[in-house]
Ligand binder design. Sequence first.
Ligand SMILES: [Fe+2]
Ligand SMILES: [Fe+2]
Length: 278
Amino acid sequence: MQQLLDPADVAEAVDGFMAATSAARAWDVETAFDWTAADAGRLTEGQRSAVQFVTIIEDHLPGYFDVYHRSFPVDDTVDPAEFEHNRELYHFTVRWAAEEDTHARALARYQRASGMANRDLLRGELAAEGRKRFDLPYEHPVQFFAYALVQEKATQIYYQHLREVSGDPVLGAVLTRLARDEARHFTFMADMVGRYLRAQGDAAVEPIRDVIAAFRMPLADTMRGYWRWALKIADVASYDHTGAYEHLIKVIDRAVDAKSDRLTELTGFIGECGALAR
Ligand SMILES: [Fe+2]
Ligand SMILES: [Fe+2]
């Protein structure tokens, strides 16, 4: 991978993420919720459909995690300097992956406890989508963080909207935990994008622009019936990544004191992409 951030810079970002993830904030599927009170009978059909949809998205964690291994290897296929960078990043990705895997377990547990799904049937359904390959075909490292910045914020916003309308307080409690985690993931990605902009300036502009121009939420290109499903659950709470664009613009605005012409053009472009979708 070309034009990597200095490992010391990555280490600082990781330290910030870990400090925001103190033991006091940690939670687990087993004890954080009153599963005996979970009741899918209190949800509308649209809300149940939304829960099924986000369970598939979260359950694809092995595919997402694998992208980091392929793109930032921690083995002898990279030289020592690149390894240093990738090893620092791995401290984040392995913690992040554990949290995302917990999200998948929490949603599957909700489906089971609330009477929405049988555990064995659900496992089979998830396997049909879960085994499909997920790929982010990026060449510049900042692109992975810009993509995840938008995706994490969009997911956080979606969970907050779904929580507001949820008829079951247990689902509401699950979504509250998930949304808080996604907010911390967003903060790390925003920190990384900001560091790239400060370290590389205009060289990071085109790669970020390419991410936004071709943006799709995870699994949009592989999940069976994705677009019909995404439209259907949008009735319940809007599932739209462009709501995250204003946050990306803020990250860019804050990263540098005086924006170059190219950065100004980039934020204009992102703003237009957001406005076009509304
Ligand atoms: Fe998640
Ligand atoms: Fe996340």
